[in-house]
Design a protein around this ligand. Structure first.
Ligand SMILES: C[S@@+](CC[C@H](N)C(=O)[O-])C[C@H]1O[C@@H](n2cnc3c(N)ncnc32)[C@H](O)[C@@H]1O
Length: 267
């Protein structure tokens, strides 16, 4: 997947350093809340009962997921390429008295500084695999550090969503994406590697992960005004979140999601 990707790791790091201060703002929008709702629900379904279990939040950025898990009493390792993102995470963890509970490591997701079969649960959510300069290597690494019987929950940018997003202004690129002649384009979080549900399942299965589910995040299809809203009624939030949850599990529309979320278990 890295062959036609001209991006360099320094450029990705710089971009995410620059985005670190504003990143959490997205989660004050209706779309951000739905994004959080869906991922939290899937992560919760994968959580070990044992609070001493080790959890890796790879490409964990400003620590949104890490913070929730640390609050619940889990031992979490937060890793990311960007020192800027990790700096924001560190501030938040310190403010909440949780800094001692979390190990923070600056690391490329495609070259993780952890032993084989070390973590009971491995997370890489909101795009770090797609953003990696070598996505295939990132999958190898995430699987390597997961214990046998351990769980994994990751998401990637979707090939079909990226194609549909391009077919009015750039149909030539859209066609290449649909034909799998091009594996990179602008996805939800910027330029990155794209996957269809089948490609996503295949690469994880090939790397020793039994895939138990692939879910499509369809919140992007809400009208723009609704997605960007910063105020909403509780009733409409509950109704829309249930729609998003049900659609994410509906196989006939999974590939239309702008992100594809995979849940699996290391064999
Ligand atoms: C959209 S943010 C998601 C952050 C976090 N996982 C969350 O759920 O909020 C994408 C993150 O991937 C990180 N990232 C990009 N390329 C990476 C790489 N090669 N290795 C590790 N992290 C990377 C970025 O620095 C950024 O923090």
């Amino acid at each position: 997947m890295s062959v036609d990707n001209p991006r360099k790791i320094e450029a990705v790091r710089k971009e995410w350093d620059e985005l670190s201060r504003g990143y959490d703002g997205y989660f004050n929008t209706f779309e951000g809340k739905l994004d959080e709702y869906l991922r939290c629900k899937l992560i919760k379904e994968s959580l070990p009962e044992d609070k001493t279990a080790r959890i890796l939040d790879a490409g964990g950025g400003t620590g949104r997921v890490t913070l929730s898990l640390a609050r619940m009493g889990y031992r979490v390792t937060l890793s990311d390429l960007s020192p800027g993102q990790l700096g924001v995470a560190e501030e938040k963890l310190r403010e909440q008295g949780l800094l001692e509970e979390v190990e923070i490591r600056e690391a490329d997701i495609a070259n993780l500084p952890f032993p084989d079969e070390f973590f009971d649960l491995v997370l890489a959510v909101r795009g770090p695999i797609s953003l990696a300069t070598d996505s295939s290597k990132a999958v190898v690494e995430l699987s390597r550090v997961t214990k046998r019987g351990g769980r994994i929950c990751v998401d990637v940018s979707s090939r079909y969503w990226a194609a549909m997003n391009k077919y009015d202004k750039d149909p030539e690129t859209a066609l290449k994406l649909i034909r799998s002649e091009l594996n990179h384009a602008c996805g939800a979080h910027g330029f990155g590697s794209l996957f269809s549900p089948e490609e996503l399942e295949e690469i994880f299965e090939r790397n020793g992960i039994r895939v138990t589910g692939i879910y499509g995040d369809l919140a992007y299809y809400l009208p723009e005004g609704m997605r960007k809203a910063t105020k909403w009624g509780e009733r409409s939030y509950h109704q829309v979140s249930e729609i998003i949850d049900r659609l994410s599990r509906e196989k006939s529309v999974t590939g239309m999601g702008n992100d594809l979320i995979l849940v699996g278990e290391k064999c």
